[in-house]
Design a protein around this ligand. Structure first.
Ligand SMILES: [Zn+2]
Length: 298
């Protein structure tokens, strides 16, 4: 599943490829891509609009349109945005196509069909603007949290955030897009290992030096992911159909039983919050369990 570095890679490539192009038409081959908006309505709103910029917010690709709107694309598990010249060979599993007036096109290919597109107000994507309270029915793009690679993501910010959510286990908290936007399973695993923090530690139990390490580790692994063009696990390819190189650099992810690169202890696989998780049992000390604490008291 593409996370911040993969989506950032795609957005940077698309910036070179689609800015300035004018939309001639939109076609959908899977009705849920634009749900709940009918594809015909989507097409009407896009026709004649120009792409003025391409960005990223959390794990969304943002295609900025003239006016104050944007098309946001959620790639989810297997979505790909492929830029193609006129007459390019067909791609498989294409669920929607944005066609441009010069004959080029942006194809949205998605094997598993979880990906979505929406037309939104650009102001809804702002990091520091007025945001509705997160609750059922409010779309995710309106309640996204802080961007971890911006200067606002300071150790102080992270400390305050962890204090507010002090009883949450740290790893599921990192995956919550309403807190920190863009971090997914792989980069959370890598960052926690780098920061030497067990995935089940509660947010409130982190010492100041651990909070500082976690901030540094998140930024380090995300930046490294971007530098290497993202990680290609199974389906991810960039906007030109190329693969990333970050998957060769995983220290923990999918390395159960292999030696920890720091201490040599075998990497452990567990499940935390329903997600497969990897950690080093020596570098990332497990929190003191409640029953152990009870025994000590008793
Ligand atoms: Zn280790």
């Amino acid at each position: 599943m593409p996370e911040l570095p993969e989506v950032e890679t795609i957005a940077r490539q698309l910036r070179e490829l689609v800015i300035g192009r004018r939309i001639a038409g939109f076609e959908s081959f899977w009705h849920r891509v634009t749900e709940p908006v009918p594809a015909a309505h989507f097409a009407t709103r896009l026709g004649g609009r120009q792409i003025t910029g391409v960005g990223r917010r959390g794990k969304f690709v943002v295609l900025e349109l003239d006016g104050d709107e944007a098309v946001i694309v959620s790639l989810r598990m297997t979505g790909k945005l492929l830029f193609r010249e006129r007459g390019a060979p067909e791609d498989t599993f294409v669920r929607a196509v944005i066609g441009f007036t010069d004959g080029t096109a942006l194809r949205f290919s998605d094997t598993r069909k979880f990906g979505r597109m929406a037309i939104v107000d650009r102001t809804d994507l702002a990091e520091d603007g007025e945001r509705p309270r997160a609750r059922a029915g409010v779309p995710l793009h309106r309640v996204l949290g802080i961007e971890p690679l911006t200067p606002r993501f300071t150790t102080g910010w992270l400390r305050d955030f962890l204090k507010l959510r002090s009883r949450s286990a740290i790893k599921p908290l990192l995956l919550d897009q309403r807190g920190i936007a863009g971090v997914g399973n792989i980069y959370a695993i890598e960052a926690l290992w780098r920061a030497r923090i067990h995935p089940l530690r509660t947010a409130g139990s982190l010492r100041p030096d651990e909070v500082a390490r976690l901030r540094e580790a998140l930024r380090f692994v995300l930046r490294k992911g971007i530098r290497l063009g993202g990680a290609s696990r199974r389906d991810y390819v960039d906007a030109r159909g190329g693969q990333g190189r970050m998957q060769r650099e995983f220290q923990m992810y999918d390395r159960a039983g292999e030696p920890c690169p720091r201490c040599g202890r075998a990497v452990m696989r567990t499940v935390v919050g329903g997600r497969g998780t990897f950690h080093c049992p020596r570098c990332q000390k497990a929190p003191v369990m409640l029953n152990a604490r009870r025994r000590m008291v008793g």
